[in-house]
Write a protein that binds this ligand. Sequence first.
Ligand SMILES: CC(C)(COP(=O)(O)OP(=O)(O)OC[C@H]1O[C@@H](n2cnc3c(N)ncnc32)[C@H](O)[C@@H]1OP(=O)(O)O)[C@@H](O)C(=O)NCCC(=O)NCCS
Length: 195
Amino acid sequence: MFLKSLNPADVKDVALAVRLYCEDPSYSLQTFGRLPDTESSAEIIRACPVGCLPEDRLAFAAFDKADPVALLRVLRRWPEPEIATIGLLLVSPRDRRRHLGCQIVEQLSRKARNWAGIRRWRIVVLEVNQSALQFWRHLGFDVVREGQSKPDLKSTLTVMEREIKHRPFCQRPGHQPRQELAGKASWLSARLPRP
Ligand SMILES: CC(C)(COP(=O)(O)OP(=O)(O)OC[C@H]1O[C@@H](n2cnc3c(N)ncnc32)[C@H](O)[C@@H]1OP(=O)(O)O)[C@@H](O)C(=O)NCCC(=O)NCCS
């Protein structure tokens, strides 16, 4: 698994981000109450909040061999100089629960050790997004604030943080192989009529 940096000015990189973001319409529905379209998806890597310098707005695609499997957005030194906020981590639905998310955060943490002055990760999660809350807890993030609301979001928010320099939290080495074909085969054989 490796992380490829995405350039918001490169049409191919934007197209890849849009493709990955649109693979899971339920994330946009749960977060904003609407299906993703090309423009709102492109904004995921283009948008730069007030107070964040363009060079600190980072986006990555994670690849498993040649396959793009996740989209990641990071805002360095935002909203405070010593914090890097993970604005989004979205793993393709077919690749979830393979410990790819864990591996992505650990690889990113290795990169982040070279970011001068940045000590902590921050993540802001919708309180209704229980699977994400469990995922970030699994990676050692602690709740620092709960119950914040924003007018454009569908649920209140939980803010979580973790030190960047830390031993890997997940004890499962590497990521798991894709179960897709094995799963499909057993599903089929369970349903085929017997001769
Ligand atoms: C949250 C998300 C990034 C997790 O990615 P992932 O690659 O599937 O997660 P991992 O396989 O690395 O999971 C590691 C651990 O996190 C926890 N976890 C992950 N997904 C979970 C779920 N749906 N329910 C409960 N626990 C979960 C488990 O402890 C898991 O370990 P286990 O499988 O050995 O039990 C992914 O589900 C996703 O992209 N969701 C949609 C977008 C989103 O909500 N992103 C987070 C907000 S920014």
